[in-house]
Design a protein around this ligand. Structure first.
Ligand SMILES: NC(=O)c1ccc[n+]([C@@H]2O[C@H](COP(=O)([O-])OP(=O)(O)OC[C@H]3O[C@@H](n4cnc5c(N)ncnc54)[C@H](O)[C@@H]3O)[C@@H](O)[C@H]2O)c1
Ligand SMILES: O=C[C@H](O)CS(=O)(=O)O
Length: 488
């Protein structure tokens, strides 16, 4: 085990089921690798369908008790979990950087962002209000109450190893549900550290379970079809999301889907260029371009196109690329070589069709999973980079002339997660915001995610919302009680 991993007991190498640290029934294990240098950080259980079925059954038993606790009790435990995550944020961040690659300052940011969902839903737990509705007849009362959905499953991606788990499990636990989590195969250690801190916070056995596996298919099939699972919450690619929707349909499970993105970043001729460049940099290069809400297509008015592209290229070329644990590094590795090959293939396709490389454009001289921050111009919409989620440090910059053209280009995608645009014309702001088909829109702002606002998309970017006052309802059922025959 590399010496840089925290020695404190947050490094867990077993799955967490019903309050026990366990091996897989098969005793198979798989290595967790640092994408920056290929170091084996740890080994964790390679769980199967059988392990997952046991976890679901334990979560069901725990639900029978947990669902009958008071919301205040659940709130207090969630608050303790939040406090422990914050207390141990450095150790968690070091685990996160070494298993997913993001620079340490970004991992610390994610730990605090992910913890904010636990804090938020420790408060929202006490606000699952119902209604008393004026009855149409004198002898009855109409009541509406909310109750927990039941046993939930959560399947999460590697790019935000903590926040994507807390964004699901905090509202689930707050509402009285229990959860079986399958983290991404690449990033189980952060999830297991969360389980350790949940146990220390006093979360009862079986409420929060973590099943680790080297691939998603077998475990995922159980988590999307088991009769005791009443809801599945998935964050990941649209392709896997569609598969899970199909698998969940047979037993009509509740679903939350947080899927892929293809965010447009529109710069109008009346934009504040300094703000637009800053917004472009933070939106594009967060997690080395590997976030679902990263700017994926820059769409820039012809009058400011040269200025924007030159300034973006200068800033991109100046980014420090390296191991995320090293001081000053701003761009880490991509998650694996397949990601490097995909990003490079998109760049080469664009160049083969006439695209021009202003900076970068190929794997980084560091080798391995590192890629050069890249800016491309002279692009056309028939290029793959116009339609696919890049998930890497590449900025394709398209040109437009009219407002209508910009909106048409921006909406020309099956995705509808996040969009961004920069303009100082207030009338234009209202026109464009109303016409963009996206669940979240940053206006003169490049980073918009917060636990206070509803996170989610339209079209093939998914369904449901996470965080905010809307996030709790994803884990609640609404029940109507008609109390009749009253002599009142
Ligand atoms: N909308 C959002 O909030 C959001 C957030 C983060 C990432 N994402 C998206 O996730 C993708 C990148 O993450 P990724 O590479 O981990 O995505 P992915 O879809 O490959 O994997 C996500 C999770 O699904 C599991 N999985 C894979 N195949 C499965 C199967 N057949 N059955 C069940 N589970 C299966 C994986 O093991 C992992 O835990 C991007 O498309 C990104 O846009 C979306
Ligand atoms: O990658 C997807 C995450 O949901 C992005 S964010 O951390 O919520 O902004």
């Amino acid at each position: 085990m590399p010496t840089s991993l925290p020695q404190e007991s947050l490094l867990k190498e077993h799955c967490y089921i019903d309050g026990h640290w366990a091996d897989a029934i098969s005793e198979r294990r798989y290595p967790v690798v640092n994408p920056a240098n290929g170091d084996v950080l740890a080994e964790v259980p390679d769980c199967s369908a059988q392990d997952t079925e046991q976890a679901v059954e334990k979560a069901h038993q725990a639900f029978l008790t947990w669902s009958n606790t008071t919301s205040k009790h659940r709130s207090q435990i969630l608050r303790k979990w939040f406090d422990l995550i914050i207390e141990h944020q450095q150790a968690i961040a070091e685990l996160m950087t070494q298993e997913c690659g993001k620079p340490l300052f970004e991992s610390l940011g994610e730990v605090n962002y992910g913890a904010s969902f636990v804090e938020w839903f420790s408060e929202e737990a006490k606000r699952a209000y119902g209604d008393i509705i004026p009855a149409p007849f004198a002898d009855r009362k109409i009541l509406v109450q909310k109750q927990p959905v039941g046993v939930c499953s959560a399947i999460t991606p590697w790019n935000f190893p903590l926040a994507m788990i807390t964004r699901k499990c905090a509202p689930a636990i707050a509402s009285g549900c229990t959860v079986v989590v399958k983290p991404a195969e690449a990033t189980p250690l952060t999830a297991l550290a969360l389980a350790e801190l949940a146990e220390r916070a006093g979360l009862p056995s079986g409420v929060f379970n973590v099943v680790t596996a080297s691939h998603g298919k077998d475990v995922g099939e159980v988590l999307s079809t088991h009769p005791l699972i009443r809801k599945i919450s998935f964050t990941g690619s649209t392709g896997v999301g569609k598969l899970l929707l199909k698998q969940s349909a047979e037993s009509v499970k509740r679903v939350s889907m947080e899927l892929g993105g293809n965010a447009p970043f529109i710069v109008f001729d009346d934009a504040d260029m300094d703000k637009a460049i800053e917004g472009a940099m933070v939106s594009k290069y967060r997690n080395t371009g590997q976030t679902c809400v990263c700017a994926n297509r820059f769409i820039v008015h012809e009058d400011v196109y040269e200025t924007f592209t030159q300034r973006l290229a200068e800033r991109s070329a100046a980014l420090v690329v390296g191991n995320g644990m090293d001081e000053g590094v701003q761009q880490g590795p991509l998650i694996n070589m397949a990601a490097v090959e995909k990003v490079d293939s998109l760049v080469k396709d664009a160049v083969s069709k006439g695209g021009k490389v202003l900076t970068g454009g190929q794997p980084h001289e560091l080798g391995g999973t590192f890629y050069q921050p890249t800016v491309l111009t002279q692009l056309s919409r028939d290029m793959k980079i116009a339609q696919e989620e890049i998930f890497g440090p590449v900025c394709p910059v398209f040109k437009f002339r009219t407002e209508e053209e910009a909106i048409e280009i921006a909406n020309d995608t099956p995705y509808g997660l996040a969009a961004y645009f920069y303009s100082n014309d207030q009338s234009r702001v209202w026109r464009v915001a109303s016409k963009l088909d996206y669940g979240m829109i940053g206006i003169n702002e490049g980073i918009i995610s917060t636990e206070l606002a509803p996170f989610g998309g339209m079209k093939e970017s998914g369904m449901g919302r996470e965080g905010s006052k809307y996030g709790l309802d994803e884990y609640l059922e609404v029940k109507y009680l008609c109390m009749g025959g009253l002599d009142v």
